[in-house]
Each structure stands twice: as C-alpha cells, then as structure tokens.
Design a protein around this ligand. Sequence first.
Ligand code: HEM
Length: 350
Amino acid sequence: MSSSSSSSSSSSCTLLIGLLFVVLLGGSLSHGQLSPTFYDSTCPKASNIVCGIIAEALKTDARIGGSLIRLHFHDCFVNGCDGSILLNNSATIESEKEALPNIISVRGFGVVDDIKTALETACPATVSCADILAIAAEESVSLAGGPSWNVSLGRRDSTTANRTAADTFLPGPTASLYTLKEMFSTMGLDTTDLVALSGAHTFGRAQCSTFIDRLYDFNSSGNPDPTLNTTYLSTLQGICPQDGDRTVVTNLDLTTPDVFDNKYFSNLQVLEGLLQSDQELFSTADENDAVAIVNNFTADQTAFFASFVVSMIKMGNISPLTGTAGEIRLNCGKVNDNSTESDGLLYSSM
Ligand code: HEM
C-alpha cells in the first residue's frame, strides 16, 4: 500500500488501491438501477478524473478528502443522495448550505466544481453531481490509506433543495447515542453502520464551536465533560480558549490526523474522542451495544474497513433519483436552465 504513495498523483489513482473490498449486497435492495458499471461505456475514466483532481487538491489542502466525504454524507441524509447540497440559493432554491449543520462548515465546493468541469470536457452531460460526491468519497478514503470499493453509480441530480430537512435530519455534535441511533435508523442504518461511518472522523477537522462546551461547561454543569481524558482536555483548552475564536479547527483524530485508519476507535477507548457524538459511542453507560463494535474495530482494522465499505454503500443507496427522474446538472451549483422533457440531456445517461 505505501509503496505506491510516492508515485505521481493523477497517474497513480488506479494504482493506489490498497485493499479492494468486493461487497456482494443481497438482491433485496431497491436500488437496482445503481451499478458500479454505470459509466463504463459513457465515461470510463470518470473515477480516474475525480481521483486525479482530489490528489492535486490534497497537495495544498490536507483535509479536502474529509470535506468531500462529509459532503456525500450531508447530501445523502437530506432527501437522499441527489446532489441537493450543492445547489446555491436562487429564485427557486433555498440552499441547504445555509442550514445550521452546514453553514460555515461544509466545504470542498470548489473542488467539486473542478471535477465537474473536467468531467464535462471528457464526457459532456453524463456524470451527475450526486455521483461525483459518491466517487469523491471513495477516492478520498482510498487516497488517505483506507479501503477502495466499487461505487454504485447512476444517481441523477435533484432540481430542488430542502433546507428544512437539512436542519432536521443531520445529527449535531452534542447528540446522544440514543439520538444518533434514531437518526441513523430513520435512514435505514443500524448501530454497526453508525459506528463504522463515524469512523470517517479518522481524518478531517472540526471547529472549536463544535466541542467547546465539553471543555468548560458540559451540559451546563460549569465543568468539563468527565468522559474527556484530562491531558487531552488541557491540549484542547489551549487550542480553544473559552473566549477565543470558535472557528479555529483541530484534528478529529489526534493520533493520525490525515490517515484513514482505525486510530479513531482506539482514541475513544482512552477518552480521546473529539466530539461528544464520537465519545458517546464508547462512553454511554446504559445498554451500549456500540462498545463491542468499537472494541472490534480497534482490534481489527480489516474488520473496520470491511464494515465501512458496506455502510458507505448502504448510505450511498439512500433514495437516489434514477431513470428519468431529476436531471444531469451541467453546473453542480444550479439547476439546468432548460430542464424540460424535451431536453435531450435528461436522458443522456440512461
Ligand atoms: C454520527 C453522527 C455525526 C456527527 C454528529 C458529525 C458531526 C460532525 C461535526 C460537528 C464536524 C465538524 C464540522 C466543523 O467543525 O466544521 C464533522 C466533521 C466531519 N465529519 Fe462528521 N459527523 C457525523 C457523522 C459523519 C459521517 C457519517 C461521516 C462520513 C461518512 C462524517 C465525516 C466527517 C468528516 C470527514 C469531517 C471533517 C470534515 C472537514 O475536515 O472538512 N461524519 N462531523
């Protein structure tokens, strides 16, 4: 795996596959129209193009992979994986970017635009913005040393956004384990999915605003969160003074901040999860079936990677638009101008 990490970025994308997990999902899924081979004849280089642009962006922005996988998550949990999070405000769109869980926080839109521009040159009006997010999530994980997998493709893009749903269905950093389970269950995801997908916090950053209450006034107690390692607490208080700039960021995984590995889970065991929602997985006392999963993923990185792949595919299957629904957006930030039924673009990737 590490042997290929020094090769030139864009040409090494297909070679960077360290562990390819082939996941056979049962035939009972209702997402039959998504397929890993969807663009094989219409845009065979799609994944390579996405990977090359992310590899280039990583040279100047170490957290971009984390930002991109988070976009896919925040897309899928709001009206399904339909690219709706990418739409900007317009006469008809109340952008999801301004919902509380997203505002001043989701990022990576410039890289998504670069990917879209490159794909429009290579295969015009073919690859949806929703699929770009799904491919970018996988390539980001792979480029950071995590697993690779065959991404199911064929999603189409929404012509609407839903800011209210973004405010409702995206979990916040102070969510209890109970709430997290409820919110994931609403999306058809179980406790194993919750724990595995939370493992994406093995890379990327979070702002002081998302965990500062744990440092000084946990649950309005006037004291720090007791499930926070005291040495780690001091470090975090240094990074985030009580009256300091709350947009300052720190690593979600203090051990290996930019590597996709299982250190996130061993951090939880020593009370070094950054967000309350992270530490809850291990430290919630009553009836916590997540602990055994955390322990298993700590002991066995291969088991974590295998579960992560299964859960990412499940998340990517949330209510996609397929067939003739939606459109293939030409610009990910806005709905096509002429998206009427006579527009050939509507059917271009069927
Ligand atoms: C379990 C519930 C989850 C909660 C409560 C949560 C919450 C958060 C918060 C508050 C941040 C920091 C945002 C900021 O400060 O700007 C964050 C960052 C991040 N989240 Fe989550 N998240 C959850 C699940 C997930 C899932 C399922 C994924 C992906 C599969 C994910 C991937 C990420 C990544 C990679 C970052 C870093 C992004 C960056 O550096 O730009 N999270 N999350």
